[in-house]
Design a binder for this molecule. Structure first.
Ligand SMILES: Cc1ncc(COP(=O)(O)O)c(C=O)c1O
Length: 467
């Protein structure tokens, strides 16, 4: 092949492909400059010989690694599995062999153990790492990954829904659900005015679904009631109206529980009026652990549900979207259209599964809730006021009433090695007793000092602390 033909091959080849066309292989083999030359100094091996020796050494160590790999897989999974695993390139078989988690930050105390800013900071655990290393590595866009399918099936069964879809985040779960439920404008989604889909999802309901969001004030300050919904819902098909097609509830909302009875009242009324129901259940786990109702009792009230694995459950990534086969099929389609199609999603599914089995079903969330109660009591015992009752894992300190500025509070906690983001203190099961003690000391400092007029510095207009 001539040099110009080689250049031509280079220019027309796909830069994103890691496969080489036959002409490209020819280019690699015959047209690229060689780094090893054949010049030899008398008494010393030629460069080519050294190169060959290095390659031989490498292949010897690879052979040894393969032998060890075979032994380990045979012991754990049998000879057939060893043959299958070793049929793949060595680099893909090594992670399979992890039998004990490597020493790292994957073990307690976790980076999250002193962090009260949110439960999204929870660190993936050693057993998640272990599960990831044993996950299947097939493609989820092709719907063929066993770890992912098994997680989806498990969640569908736990929640009484027909089908499930693993997605990358809670936002993605909510947005895909709404997009899949809605058809075409004019249409509106009704929710609590503080809801995540309205306040914290970058206006996705408007941009992705073209829907109006009807925010409703909860009359009791805690959760929406059917009476609140009826005040704002639009049933009319008048040409001026934007009819409510979906009611989206959030549970927990800022740590407050949406009671099961009220959920059932709203869902029953919505059904009678042809309105679909979505649940942002990012932290539904917390409501269930607090004894508000069973997981399935809640999830059955809704056409679609999104649950998060990456908050209190501790998984690094992922949420699940639940619904009918038809809706989930549509959501899968939308997921692909926004670049959310997953390839080797088993690594995500495996950690999420541990979050469900060990953290939620294993009962670990209770500890976070007990500590949250104590944090609230500590604040009150030092003269502070709470904005809301502590129902699950969130504590709302009324900094303003205490004349304490957010920055002052954050700094007082920081000096004692704990992180807070503002008046909302989020407790999770990985927080240590020492961190709770340090938080108490910081409370003592900010509540104990003499106040001048005007109290602490307020927030800038238009900025809110994360909700
Ligand atoms: C109630 C609620 N829903 C949805 C989300 C979105 O989750 P993600 O951050 O995974 O997109 C959050 C995030 O904190 C949340 O609090």
């Amino acid at each position: 092949m001539s040099k110009s033909a080689c250049r031509q091959t280079k220019r027309t080849s796909n830069p994103h492909s890691d496969r080489l066309a036959p002409s490209q292989q020819h280019h690699r083999q015959f047209c690229q400059p060689r780094t090893a030359t054949t010049t030899a100094t008398p008494g010393r091996p030629s460069v080519n010989l050294k190169y060959q020796q290095r390659r031989e050494m490498l292949s010897r160590s690879q052979r040894l690694t393969r032998a060890i790999a075979r032994q380990q897989i045979c012991r754990r999974l049998g000879a057939a599995a060893a043959n299958t695993a070793l049929a793949r390139p060595l680099s893909t078989t090594i992670p399979l062999l992890t039998t004990t988690p490597p020493p790292s930050t994957w073990t307690s105390p976790y980076p999250s153990s002193t962090d009260f800013r949110s439960d999204v900071v929870t660190s993936p655990t050693a057993s998640m790492l272990h599960a990831i290393s044993s996950a299947t590595l097939l493609d989820d866009v092709f719907c063929e990954d066993p770890s992912t399918i098994s997680l989806e099936t498990r969640l569908a069964s736990l929640t009484g829904h027909e089908s499930a879809l693993l997605v990358l985040s809670g936002t993605m779960g909510n947005q895909l659900a709404l997009r899949a439920l809605l058809t075409q404008p004019p249409h509106a989604v009704l929710c609590d005015e503080r809801a995540h889909i309205l306040e914290w999802e970058a206006g996705g309901v408007a941009s992705l679904s073209g829907a109006l969001v009807q925010g409703v004030v909860a009359g009791n300050g805690r959760f929406l009631t059917l009476e609140d919904v009826k005040r704002k819902v639009v049933l009319s098909d008048d040409v001026h109206a934007c009819p409510t097609r979906v009611i989206s509830l959030e549970n927990t909302l800022g740590g407050s529980i949406m009671p099961l009875d009220e959920t059932r009242r709203i869902a029953g009324w919505a059904r009678e009026n042809g309105i679909l129901m979505h649940l942002d259940g990012a932290r539904l786990w917390e409501a269930v652990i607090a004894g508000a109702g069973g997981l399935e009792e809640y999830t059955r009230c809704f056409d679609t549900v999104s649950l998060c694995f990456s908050k209190g459950l501790g998984a690094p990534i992922g949420s699940i979207l639940l619904g009918s086969k038809e809706v989930v099929k549509r959501a899968r389609w939308v997921r692909k259209s926004i670049g959310g199609g997953l390839r080797q999603s088993g690594v995500v599914a495996a950690a999420a599964r541990v979050g469900v089995e060990e953290t939620f079903l294993g009962g670990k969330l209770k500890r976070g809730q007990e500590m949250a109660k104590r944090v609230g009591e500590m604040w009150e015992s030092k003269g502070g006021r709470l904005e809301r009752e502590v129902e699950t894992n969130m504590v709302w300190l009324d900094l303003e009433a205490a004349g304490v500025g957010e920055e002052e509070w954050v700094k007082a906690a920081g000096r004692r090695g704990v992180k807070v983001g503002g008046g909302r203190v989020v407790v999770h099961y990985q927080v240590t007793e020492e961190a709770v003690g340090a938080l108490g000391e910081a409370m003592g400092e900010v509540l104990g000092r003499e106040r001048g007029e005007g109290g602490g510095e307020g927030k800038k207009v238009g900025f809110k602390s994360y909700g």
